[in-house]
Design a protein around this ligand. Structure first.
Ligand SMILES: Nc1nc2c(c(=O)[nH]1)N[C@H]1C(S)=C(S)[C@@H](COP(=O)(O)OP(=O)(O)OC[C@H]3O[C@@H](n4cnc5c(=O)[nH]c(N)nc54)[C@H](O)[C@@H]3O)O[C@H]1N2
Ligand SMILES: Nc1nc2c(c(=O)[nH]1)N[C@H]1C(S)=C(S)[C@@H](COP(=O)(O)OP(=O)(O)OC[C@H]3O[C@@H](n4cnc5c(=O)[nH]c(N)nc54)[C@H](O)[C@@H]3O)O[C@H]1N2
Ligand SMILES: [Mo]
Length: 768
């Protein structure tokens, strides 16, 4: 094997060394400085050399022959035709002109949510936005699928959620000071393999080990036992999904009625406690939110709830809430109630006390922060100011002109004619995919830039082949990491694949304003430019970075950790006047006048309990199992699902679904069987993994198996195991319009018919 000494590459899951044999990537091995590296590296070569790779510009047959909006077969069921780059560029330029002249740039949607890949320059969404901003702009998207409820809620009651995450109490502090760690939704170690933009060293396992060695007591309140690392030896309390707010209220009620709440803290640092106090005591609705009530809502034992409340008040307690807990109906409420409970305990700002939301969202939270900002590609100005919350994409196409509420204001959907997606896979990430499939039939034109033939690419009119991370010159720098990674171009892209930058340069040339997009710079000119910005930012922190030519030939550069002993909200606790919060009162708002003034049934002025929608609607009679669908251990979302590591965990080629032995036995299901999951919205096949790591009454199907719809089967059954054919598209509330993928009821049955072949990992059919 010949290994290029400098063949470093960066992915969201870590720095790798690319091994090239006869001009082909054969594997990515971990960087020697990262002993706890991620196994996701094992998906790269097998996927990117696989048959799903997009190799040529391709156009949907009926779009090509009939014209935009005149397809005679549904998107997703049509054939493709291979075309030259020249033809693709001409057709795209003509379509941009047609749409902006006939309608306006408001009819171009380039929200394009998604994780794309690592690399500061070739960031897919930045390049797409920069390009469209030189063409009159486009409608963008706002927020994310990860923790959108927190993004919208938190500025009203605390401060920006992104700022909160960057200030998370460090794991070394927890190990030293925390006595009790209460984890709602656990802190899944499998999720800490990744970090947005890259992670040079994986530190979470050693953080957990320090806690275990120090004797920190841990409680995992989650339907899945393995949501807490084995190392922590946690007590496992599996609740009914979506009942966290009720559990927190039961704990809070105990504190209140046993006089264990910190009145001085509440007085000095918060406003509105009297409202939540009255609510907990049931003064208005006659329902005391006590431990017995919480027990009915959650299925947890009432005495345990009371005991844990006392224990929390008696020791240094850290409350952790996984981001996934808010990806539920009314997902704002567990967040607000966690802040309330932590305020009642009065430990916010103390080392190892208080709360943190989002540990486990990536491997850097609580472990690392960057000292200064890395350079980015400037996106220019978007003349179009319309932005749609990410999780409203189906509604955007289905209901042009319709009004919707968002963060206290009324907005209107524009009339979308052209959709452009680069670096995301909505037919993985969005909920109720049968509904999204209908929405995707509406626009005149859908363009998708992709590395692989995903379900989204298969539903596009124009598909453009994109170079992968190691096939382009770049550098990596994670958004919360302390490392800069040279990313030399290790091999040339296969087929006719190009970088996003080259793609838009070619289209801009057709449109007659290439210089506006390129500013006359080559890729290497741009990288030197962005690196210079990075160097200058470093200088302000006394960091001398080498020049580009030296850096790109060298090894990873790490810069010092800016805050190794960080304690969340310590500055606010020290001086709440000088460090007042950016809320109207400057304090933590347990009641928000602003939110109350929005008059929303689904999100009143203080934390409020709501049953999950399917449960409240009585669907549990027909569909008795709660479906959970978190992030997969074996890949990043849907990326590289056809890679070796991802495939190695499938059962008879399908995604595994975790089922409790009691639920399995009731249905005659055994480990390794193929089962069918179903509800009113859709159905899919999956491979049964019978295990007591999942609570009875719940099943867990990992996200990200490439959608494989059989249009001849009932409800267009997905044959591969994608949970989003079962999830609903109703969102958390009209405050934040966030995705609520964890709230869905289903049933499951043994599948006994002949197993259909998986086609998701193959390209679509092409017209010869
Ligand atoms: N049911 C359920 N659904 C969920 C979730 C859940 O918990 N449950 N989680 C949600 C969350 S938190 C998230 S963040 C989303 C993730 O949703 P996405 O971010 O959309 O998922 P990815 O699979 O990462 O999609 C990225 C796509 O970009 C492509 N790509 C990579 N590099 C490039 C590039 O340089 N250029 C271009 N053009 N394409 C590139 C990849 O091939 C891949 O198809 O999913 C959400 N969906
Ligand atoms: N390997 C890998 N790592 C990843 C990703 C990936 O795709 N692959 N994706 C990354 C991304 S984009 C994100 S946003 C983060 C997400 O990070 P998290 O949000 O922390 O992860 P999730 O897996 O969505 O949810 C965590 C757990 O919450 C539990 N849960 C779900 N609903 C409820 C509930 O109602 N109550 C309680 N108590 N628990 C509940 C589920 O059992 C689930 O395992 O992970 C990141 N890390
Ligand atoms: Mo996410």
């Amino acid at each position: 094997m010949t290994t290029n000494k400098h063949a470093l590459t960066a992915n969201h899951w870590g720095v790798g060394v690319a091994h090239i044999e006869n001009g082909k990537l054969v594997k990515i091995s971990p960087h020697p400085d990262d002993p706890a590296s991620s196994q996701l590296n094992d998906n790269v070569a097998s996927s990117l050399n696989g048959s799903a790779r997009v190799l040529h510009p391709s156009i949907r047959r009926s779009w090509l022959y009939n014209g935009p909006g005149r397809g005679d077969k549904d998107r997703g069921q049509d054939e493709f035709v291979r075309v030259s780059w020249e033809k693709a560029n001409k057709l795209i330029a003509a379509e941009i002109n047609r749409v902006r002249e006939t309608y306006s740039n408001e009819s171009i949607f380039a929200g394009s949510y998604g994780w794309a890949s690592a690399g500061r320059f070739h960031h897919a969404q930045s390049q797409l936005k920069r390009f469209l901003n030189t063409q009159g702009g486009s409608v963008s998207s706002e927020g994310n699928y990860s923790y959108n409820a927190a993004l919208v809620l938190m500025p009203h009651i605390m401060e920006s959620f992104r700022v909160q995450v960057s200030k998370a109490t460090r794991w070394s502090v927890i190990a030293e000071h925390t006595k009790l760690l209460v984890m709602f939704g656990g802190i899944a170690e499998r999720n800490t393999q990744i970090s947005d933009g890259g992670i040079a060293r994986h530190r979470m396992a050693s953080g957990f080990k320090k806690c275990a060695d120090a004797g920190v007591k841990c409680i995992n309140i989650s339907p899945v036992r393995t949501d807490a690392s084995k190392t922590l030896k946690s007590e496992w309390l599996p609740p009914k999904p979506g009942s966290d707010t009720a559990i927190m209220m039961g704990l809070a009620h105990t504190l209140l009625t046993e006089n264990l709440h910190d009145k001085a803290f509440l007085e000095k640092y918060t406003t509105g406690f009297e409202h939540i106090r009255a609510y907990l005591l049931g003064e208005k609705d006659g329902i005391a939110k006590d431990a017995n009530w919480a027990s009915i809502q959650s299925g947890l034992d009432a005495n345990r709830i009371k005991e844990r409340a006392r224990q929390m008040a008696a020791s240094r307690t850290m409350i952790s809430v996984a981001a996934g807990v808010q990806r539920t109906d009314y997902g704002e409420q567990p967040l607000w109630m966690a802040v309330t409970l932590a305020s009642m305990l009065g430990q916010i700002g103390l080392p190892g006390g208080g709360y943190v939301i989002g540990y486990g969202v990536n491997g850097n939270i609580g472990n690392m922060e960057r000292l200064f900002r890395w350079g980015t590609v400037p996106q220019g100005q978007n003349p179009i100011k319309t932005a749609v919350p990410v999780a409203l994409i189906a509604d955007l196409s289905l209901h042009p002109g319709k009004s919707y509420k968002y963060n206290g204001r009324l907005h209107k959907f524009p009339d979308t004619k052209l959709v452009w997606w680069a670096g995301g896979n909505p037919f993985h990430h969005h909920q109720d995919l049968n509904r999204l499939h209908r929405a995707f039939q509406k626009p005149d034109t859908i363009i998708v830039n992709e590395v692989n033939w995903t379900a989204t690419a298969k539903r596009a009119d124009i598909v453009l082949p994109v170079a992968a991370a190691h096939e382009r010159l770049d550098f990596g720098g994670g958004k919360s990491d302390n490392a800069l990674v040279p990313m030399p171009m290790v091999i040339t892209p296969p087929g006719e694949a190009k970088t996003e930058y080259e793609i838009y340069s070619g289209i801009a040339e057709q449109l007659g304003n290439q210089d506006e997009f390129t500013e006359g710079r080559s890729i290497s000119d741009w990288l030197k430019h962005i690196w210079r910005i990075t160097q200058n930012n470093g200088k302000e922190h006394n960091i001398d970075l080498p020049d580009w030519d030296e850096f790109i030939q060298g090894d990873v550069i790490t810069v010092p950790d800016p805050s190794p002993n960080q304690v969340f909200m310590a500055d606010f606790r020290d001086d709440p006047i000088k460090n007042r919060l950016p809320t109207p009162s400057g304090k933590i708002e347990l009641y928000s006048e602003t939110i109350a003034s929005f008059n929303l049934k689904s999100c009143p002025g203080h934390p409020t309990w709501f049953e999950p929608r399917d449960v409240a609607a009585g669907r549990g009679e027909t569909y008795p199992l709660y479906l959970l669908s978190g992030q997969p251990k074996t890949r990043l979302h849907s990326q590289l699902d056809n890679g070796d590591y991802s495939k190695s965990h499938k059962i008879k080629d399908r995604e595994p679904v975790l089922i409790n032995p009691i639920d399995a036995k009731k249905r005659g299901i055994e480990h390794g069987d193929i089962v069918e999951l179903f509800n009113d919205r859709g159905r899919c096949l999956a491979g049964a993994k019978v295990t007591d790591e999942i609570a009875q009454g719940c099943i867990f199907l990992w996200t990200g198996a490439w959608l494989d719809q059989d249009f001849n089967a009932p409800q267009n059954r997905d044959n591969h195991g994608n949970p989003n054919v079962l999830t609903h598209d109703e969102r958390t509330s009209s405050l934040s319009q966030s995705p609520a993928s964890h709230s869905a009821l289903v049933d499951v049955q043994l599948y006994t018919e002949k197993l259909p072949k998986i086609r998701a990992h193959e390209p679509p059919s092409f017209r010869k």
